[in-house]
Design a binder for this molecule. Structure first.
Ligand SMILES: [Zn+2]
Ligand SMILES: [Zn+2]
Length: 158
């Protein structure tokens, strides 16, 4: 006696049924996608800006603690939530501080991101705020790029 799985004519029939099922699902899926696409288009036309992209408001943060240096990103909502959680929210501080998710110290600041190598580092403005020595011109500690010069060169090439 042959089982369903070894019967030579069972598989083509199964595949055919599955194929039809997939076609129906694709049609339903396509309609759903169309509805979503229209909804998104309407949303953006109402919002009046096509510039909003997922992740576009993500900012990079770096832990200024010398033993940590953790780098992470937060979007606008996460930043607001993090600031709301901090009772010492920057009323007197001109630079917003964030709690480092790695070492849990309130030593997180918005990071500078090197335009050349894309790595994050503690910018001079934060170093000065923390009364640490700063060096000018400001250079990326990873690749040595002069940040101001890079932007000047980049602009003049356009
Ligand atoms: Zn840290
Ligand atoms: Zn760099």
């Amino acid at each position: 006696m042959m089982s369903l799985f070894t019967a030579p004519d069972a598989r083509p029939r199964c595949l055919d049924l599955a194929g039809r099922g997939v076609k129906d699902k694709l049609m339903v899926g396509g309609l759903a996608l169309l509805v979503v696409a229209v909804a998104v288009a309407v949303f953006f036309s109402i919002a009046g800006s096509g510039r909003i992209r997922p992740g576009a408001d993500e900012m990079t943060f770096i832990c200024a603690d010398a033993n940590c240096g953790h780098v992470w990103t937060m979007n606008h909502e996460q930043r607001q939530a993090a600031l709301a959680k901090n009772p010492r929210a920057p009323v007197t501080d001109e630079l917003p501080r964030f709690r480092c998710p790695k070492c849990n110290k309130a030593s997180g600041f918005q990071a500078a991101v090197c335009p050349s190598c894309g790595k994050a580092f503690v910018p001079n403005v934060v170093k000065r705020h923390l009364r640490r020595p700063v060096k000018w011109p400001e250079r990326c500690p990873h690749c040595g790029t002069d940040i101001v010069q890079w932007h000047k060169d980049h602009r003049s090439k356009r």
